[in-house]
Design a protein around this ligand. Structure first.
Ligand SMILES: [Fe+2]
Ligand SMILES: [Fe+2]
Length: 264
């Protein structure tokens, strides 16, 4: 079994900033780091699917990296629309393979994990332009039979939450066509939604990991506006078992640990 942990949308704050919605974003990441390090089966990597800082400020980035440095497992980091791309490029030791976007591809045991950066500096919108399409096709072509998962910040599917869907990539059919051309891609890990969501893109299952802070309110009414909710926060453990992905959710900030029930 290979375990990949996923944290997302940590929105780390600077040391002097007030706490949005009364939630201590930085403390929440501390709890996630502590719990991930305590997992009985350690993840081979911790995938960070973007919006790791709240507004991309240098002091937020310092607060972020000092916390991620405490993880025992290596971090695979992707920026979100709240992050600063150039600070991100400096802060993380990924093999950034394009000067135009912060995409990367790496091996984790037998798996290939591809980080596809669809963010646009200064915008909340996602972009899957020709350069990204070509980059993704080239990368997947290097070993078309290797089991592969793709990580990206904004999900490549609509969720029914209108105000969030406004920031999805617009050429979703083109993205699905690339995935369909590479059956080795069986999983897509996303962030941005601050809410666990499941869907499919071609043959791949696609999910949004929950945030370590608060979530987007679930309002499927057309034209819905910005709403947040302090649902249970946490991270996910994606397990590669016998050639398929199995995903578990771990909640953080709970004092109760698993216990043995009384036997009668
Ligand atoms: Fe976010
Ligand atoms: Fe986002």
């Amino acid at each position: 079994m290979i375990v990949i942990a996923q944290i997302s949308d940590t929105h780390i704050l600077g040391p002097e900033e007030s706490l949005p919605c009364g939630v201590d974003h930085n403390r929440q990441l501390d709890l996630a780091v502590q719990d991930i390090n305590a997992e009985t089966v350690q993840p081979a990597a911790v995938l960070a699917t973007g919006d790791m800082t709240n507004t991309g400020q240098p002091d937020q980035m310092s607060e972020l990296t000092s916390r991620l440095d405490r993880l025992d497992a290596p971090v695979l980091a992707l920026p979100g629309n709240h992050d600063n791309q150039s600070l991100f490029r400096e802060a993380f030791d990924m093999t950034w393979s394009s000067p135009d976007h912060l995409s990367w591809s790496t091996q984790v045991d037998e798996l290939r994990i591809v980080g596809l950066d669809v963010t646009v500096p200064g915008s909340n919108h996602a972009l899957f332009d020709e350069s990204r399409q070509q980059w993704l096709r080239d990368e997947l072509s290097t070993n078309p039979n290797q089991p592969t998962a793709i990580a990206m910040h904004q999900p490549p599917f609509l969720t029914g939450i209108d105000w969030m869907d406004a920031t999805a990539i617009t050429n979703r059919d083109e993205f699905a066509a690339v995935i369909a051309d590479f059956p080795c891609v069986s999983r897509i890990f996303c962030g941005h939604l601050h809410r666990p969501v499941q869907s499919t893109v071609a043959q791949a299952s696609a999910t949004v990991g929950l945030s370590t802070i608060y979530h987007v309110g679930l309002d499927l009414e057309p034209g819905s506006s910005v709403q947040l909710i302090r649902d249970p926060a946490g991270y996910q453990l994606h397990c590669w078992i016998e050639g398929r992905w199995v995903s578990h959710t771990r909640y953080i900030g709970r004092s109760e640990k698993a216990f043995e029930p009384e036997r009668r």
